[in-house]
Ligand binder design. Structure first.
Ligand code: 3PG
Length: 208
């Protein structure tokens, strides 16, 4: 699957920051059961790589990838851990080239039109718009729709259950990313029922 095919699997990509490896598998199972199979595990905790490995090995319905990938060396690490895709908050030329040669589906982050144009030159057509809410949100996405007509976006950062429908209604939005489907409190207490319910609601969000 390329990154567009992965993004087509669900309207919302849960962005997961896993503090304890033991929570990774039940968390992933609850999200998949709720209808959100694409999972982004951010490389922001010591447990992240183990969490990624565990989900890849033990949750067959999940399509798990790595988020917060900042440099080419991390691409190798996450690929070895079983990541099916990688996401970055921004991008450098080196990272884009390494992602292309790794063959790992890659969702690079952008915040400006020039950054989007540089990645389009390198063949990337689906980009993460980050941090979406802080960087112009719906207004930015609407404004770039005509000039960047070939590009689609996965806005992430500050998106809520209340704002997600308006993002998903835009023709240049493929899906959205967000952490709201895996609240810290629910994960800490093992309240997988709540996580599944949040995922079930998010999975019914309509895309244009
Ligand atoms: C992040 O930076 O953790 C992701 O972009 C998710 O952002 P959110 O917590 O605002 O959904």
């Amino acid at each position: 699957m390329d990154i567009a095919a992965i993004a087509a699997l669900a309207p919302v990509i849960p962005v997961l920051t896993v503090e304890r490896r033991e929570t990774a598998v039940p968390l992933a199972r609850a999200l998949v059961k709720g209808g959100l199979p694409i999972l982004e595990v951010t490389l922001r905790t010591e447990a992240a790589l183990d969490a990624l490995k565990a989900i890849a090995a033990e949750v067959p319905g999940a399509v798990v990838g790595a988020g917060t990938v900042l440099d080419p060396a991390q691409l190798d690490q996450v690929q070895q851990a079983g990541a099916r895709f990688a996401v970055s908050p921004g991008c450098t030329r080196e990272l884009a080239l390494a992602a292309r040669s790794s063959g790992l589906p890659f969702l690079p982050g952008v915040q400006t039109v020039s950054e989007a144009m540089l990645l389009a030159e390198q063949g990337f057509r689906l980009l993460k718009f980050f941090p979406a809410d802080a960087a112009g949100g719906l207004t930015w996405l609407k404004a770039v729709g005509a000039p960047l007509a070939d590009l689609r976006f996965c806005p992430t950062g500050g998106i809520t259950p209340e704002t997600a429908p308006a993002y998903l209604a835009l023709p240049n939005v493929a899906c959205v990313g967000g952490s709201w489907v895996a609240p810290r409190g629910a994960v800490a207490t093992g309240d997988w029922q709540s996580v599944e319910q949040l995922a079930a609601t998010a999975s019914t969000l309509k895309r244009r």
